[in-house]
Ligand binder design. Structure first.
Ligand code: FUL
Ligand code: CA
Length: 680
């Protein structure tokens, strides 16, 4: 009797609790597969571009290179894997076959492989060595294969589709589990000049059959989308949902970067970018490995914007990752660790007016329990809500991390973050999407109370985690640029600095104008900028650009020669090389100007820089007056900086002509970074 009572009471309690716990929110819109959820959780992994191009200094090999050029002297995939692991990455994807058709394994279906190379007397297999190394270091393994093949004799015929399916079969059968199959979208001509129509259905079937757990990048049957650029940036708005038209190139970069709100498919963005200017190693880029500031900026613009970061680290000719690349990767790791180890919200007091069914199962405590699978949610139909975070004492922070519980879909459309200061809420930032992970970066704030507002959501918000962090701020020197139309941009290779600028020749301070957006300066002026971090306690040097009239309407008059517009596009780094035999460049202003002089911007290290010159002006383009005769840009060889030439007296002109009478190395084609005028 007693037992029955106990059982009965127990049952009642169970039933009551069950009734009190509301149902979880129903999924909204397109949702990820469980494989896609796992993929999101990978966040950051390594791309390896390696092959004959490593040795020939090419980005796209032609497929006619001697396979013997492939001859790494100290190849060690264990070194790559160890560096990837130490960098905090959790997978490696390798270019098993790039556009040159060279296979990094001894494929039976090609004669352009490691077997024909000088490496290990043709007995080596890089897919074997790398997949083994990945296992040893606990990394997942992924395969990049370019369907475009500039070597294979069958390319451009039906037969090639079978060859490629066989090639794919080899790569996916013999090296253990593959987490991602990467198909490159570039598609050009094969060795016989023919294009190929790919049989994507067959390729997809091979992947599904041999590696059912692999996600596909590229092609019409993809599960992951390209972000639309190779610079490392996802859109500030980035929906993982996407409505595709089934053609890879059909979507423009912007749509690929931002996804589609209410898109039909779950097709999250992967951000592929190289740590060097090119995808393959070149000795010429050893000093151009992206800086810590730039890498952090890329991290926050990819992982911090609901995308995965596939960072390319190309091994050198020894077959090892160069020390410059690994040093920058480790700096990045250390900075991220220093940033994200202590969550200031961990022991905070969280409150919200809206909790789904007032049930602790969906309560705000779930936001800081470190568990992605538990979440705070509101009642259905409640599409906006706030969470207040009391840090219990004033804390300094500059990063906020938010995560949506994406197995139920991506929902948040507008959100903002505020802090309590002097009796009022102050806005820190207002943004659009969150998705799997969103990291907001902002200058340091010191406050005890923070409020996260979900302002608009497609369905009731479902948030897994909130974190508040303090990142060490990284300083960078601003770079100033101006477009042909006269729009001035100031850019910093780091997320952290606040930039102040002046246009009146005075030194910028924290009371000067704060740079947020480009501004118009077509008539010119002196732009000076300075970057500040750590609440203005630390600053960069001041950088300065002296601008005269913007070349908005100007045209280079030349009967031939491609790229002549580069001499007057406002960009000193874009270069016009005059056609062989032509030594003069004529610029038409499209209006009459009163000139006090002109400027010539040479090209760093170029032998075609102008050393001696004649300079003419004209009011009609027919009759020319010579202003300077066989003058020289002294020391331009040793110090190729912008040259300023002032005339003895002002002249009226609608056209100017700069004629080189001698280049730095006589007889070389003349180069022009930019031509400008002095009107002030
Ligand atoms: C591009 C290729 O053409 C590049 O060479 C590189 O492999 C990059 C990842 O994809 O489409
Ligand atoms: Ca949680």
């Amino acid at each position: 009797m007693k037992n029955t009572t106990i059982l009965f009471t127990f049952l009642i309690i169970v039933l009551l609790t069950a009734c009190n716990t509301p149902e979880p929110p129903v999924p909204y819109g397109a949702v990820p597969t469980s494989l896609q959820v796992k993929w999101h959780q990978m966040e950051y992994y390594m791309f390896i571009h390696f092959g004959p191009n490593t040795f020939t200094d090419k980005e796209w090999g032609h497929g006619d290179e001697d396979p013997k050029v492939f001859s790494p002297t100290h190849l060690d995939c264990g070194q790559w894997a160890r560096i990837a692991r130490d960098a905090g990455m959790n997978a490696i994807i390798i270019t098993a076959k790039h556009h040159d058709g060279f296979c990094l394994w001894p494929s039976q279906y090609s004669t352009h492989t490691v077997r024909e190379s000088a490496w290990k007397d043709g007995k080596g297999d890089i897919l074997r060595e790398l997949s083994d190394a990945c296992k040893e270091y606990g990394l997942k393994f992924g395969v990049y294969l370019s369907p475009w093949d500039r070597n294979h004799p069958t390319y451009g015929s039906d037969e090639y589709n079978t060859v490629f399916a066989n090639t794919l079969t080899e790569a996916l059968s013999n090296y253990g589990p593959v987490f991602e199959q990467w198909f490159d979208g570039a598609n050009g001509e094969g060795p016989n000049g023919k294009l190929q129509v790919y049989d994507w259905e067959v390729f997809r079937d091979v992947v599904h059959k041999l590696q059912p757990d692999a996600l596909i990048f590229g092609g019409p049957y993809r599960n992951i989308r390209w972000v639309g650029n190779e610079q490392g940036y996802a859109g500030e708005t980035n929906w993982a949902t996407f409505t595709s038209d089934n053609s890879i190139d059909g979507a423009s970069g912007n749509i690929l970067a931002s996804g589609t709100e209410n898109g039909k498919e779950w097709l999250p963005a992967e951000v592929d970018v190289s740590i060097r200017p090119g995808w393959f190693f070149s000795p010429s880029t050893n000093d151009k490995v992206k800086s810590l500031g730039k890498l952090l900026d890329i991290y926050y613009s990819s992982v911090g914007r609901n995308g995965n970061l596939l960072l390319n680290v190309p091994p050198d000719r020894r077959g090892l990752i160069h020390p410059n690349d690994s040093a920058h990767l480790m700096e990045l790791r250390r900075t991220l660790d220093a940033t994200f180890t202590v969550n200031l919200a961990q022991n905070a007091r969280l409150t919200s007016k809206e909790v789904r069914g007032q049930s602790s199962k969906y309560g705000v405590k779930k936001l800081t329990d470190g568990n992605f699978d538990t979440y705070w949610a509101t009642d259905d139909g409640k599409l906006s809500s706030s969470v207040e975070i009391d840090l219990k004492k004033a804390q300094t922070f500059n990063r906020i991390v938010l995560q949506e519980y994406i197995p139920l879909g991506q929902r948040v459309k507008v959100f903002s973050v505020e802090y309590w200061n002097d009796g009022a809420w102050q806005l820190i930032d207002r943004q659009t999407t969150i998705g799997y992970k969103r990291i907001l970066c902002f200058p340091e704030v010191t406050a005890q109370r923070v409020r996260v507002n979900i302002e608009e959501s497609l369905a009731c918000p479902v948030i897994s985690e909130i974190g508040i962090y303090k990142a060490p701020e990284i300083l960078a020197t601003p770079v100033i640029g101006r477009t042909k139309q006269g729009q001035v941009y100031i850019h910093c290779e780091s997320t952290d600095p606040v930039v102040y600028y002046t246009v009146d020749g005075t030194e910028p301070t924290v009371s000067s104008k704060r740079y947020t957006d480009s501004f118009n300066l077509p008539q010119g002026g002196i732009v000076q900028a300075k970057a500040f971090i750590n609440n203005n306690k630390q600053s960069s040097e001041t950088v300065r650009e002296d601008y005269d009239l913007a070349p908005a309407k100007w045209m280079v008059m030349s009967s031939e020669g491609r790229g002549m517009e580069r001499a007057v596009d406002g960009n000193p780094y874009s270069v016009y090389t005059l056609p062989e035999g032509q030594t003069a460049i004529v610029v038409n202003f499209g209006e009459e100007l009163r000139l006090n002089g002109f400027t010539y911007t040479p090209v760093n290290g170029a032998s075609g820089n102008i050393y001696r010159y004649n300079f003419f002006v004209s009011r009609n383009g027919q009759k020319w007056d010579k202003i300077e005769s066989n003058a020289s840009f002294d020391n331009i060889n040793n110090n190729p900086v912008q040259q300023f030439v002032r005339f003895d007296q002002p002249v009226e002109a609608s056209c100017i002509k700069l004629e080189a009478t001698e280049t730095v190395e006589p007889g070389k084609p003349v180069v022009v970074g930019e031509i400008g005028v002095l009107t002030k």
